[in-house]
Design a protein around this ligand. Sequence first.
Ligand SMILES: CC[C@@H](C(=O)O)C(=O)SCCNC(=O)CCNC(=O)[C@H](O)C(C)(C)COP(=O)(O)OP(=O)(O)OC[C@H]1O[C@@H](n2cnc3c(N)ncnc32)[C@H](O)[C@@H]1OP(=O)(O)O
Ligand code: CO
Length: 133
Amino acid sequence: MDKIEHIGIAVKDLEKSNQLFASLFGEKHYKTEEVLSEGVKTSFFKTGPNKIELLQATNPESPISKFIDKKGEGIHHIAFAVNDILAEIKRLKEEGFIVLNEIPKKGADNKLVAFLHPKSTNGVLIELCQEIN
Ligand SMILES: CC[C@@H](C(=O)O)C(=O)SCCNC(=O)CCNC(=O)[C@H](O)C(C)(C)COP(=O)(O)OP(=O)(O)OC[C@H]1O[C@@H](n2cnc3c(N)ncnc32)[C@H](O)[C@@H]1OP(=O)(O)O
Ligand SMILES: [Co+2]
C-alpha cells in the first residue's frame, strides 16, 4: 500500500461545503464528478500534496446518506493508492480483512476502487485506489 490518495468527507450540501472548504484552503475545488454506482456527487480539492474528496449523497440508499443519518457530516473514509489493486485485495483478504467488493469498481478521478469494511479496520472505512492508465 502506498501514500494516502485522498480523504473522503461526507457533506449534506456540496455547494455550501465547496465554499466552506475553498475559504479554508484558500483555493477552489478543481473538479466535480458524479459517481452513479455509489450514489454520490463529489468535488476535489488539493492542499499541498494532499487531496480531499467531498461527497454528497444523490439518493437515500447512498452510503453517504446512511452515514450522515447515523454519524452526521465528517470524515467518511481514507483512501490509499495501490499499484496493483487485485494483488492488494488478495493480500488483505489473506490477512483477514473484510473486502467489500472483490471486483474493483470505477471510482472518481480516473481510479479503480475497492473498500474494506470498517468492522475489520478499527472502525475506519478504507478505500484502495489504483490509477487507470
Ligand atoms: C466517489 C467514488 C469513490 C472514490 O472514487 O473515491 C468513493 O469514495 S465512494 C464512497 C461511498 N461508497 C462507499 O462508502 C462504499 C463502501 N461502503 C459500504 O459498502 C457501506 O457504506 C458499508 C461500510 C458496508 C456500511 O454499509 P451498511 O452496512 O449498509 O450501513 P450501516 O449504516 O448499516 O452501517 C453498518 C455499520 O458500519 C458503520 N459504518 C458505516 N459507514 C461507515 C464509515 N464510513 N466509517 C466508519 N463506520 C461506518 C455504521 O456506523 C454501522 O456501525 P454499527 O452501528 O456499529 O453497526
Ligand atoms: Co473516495
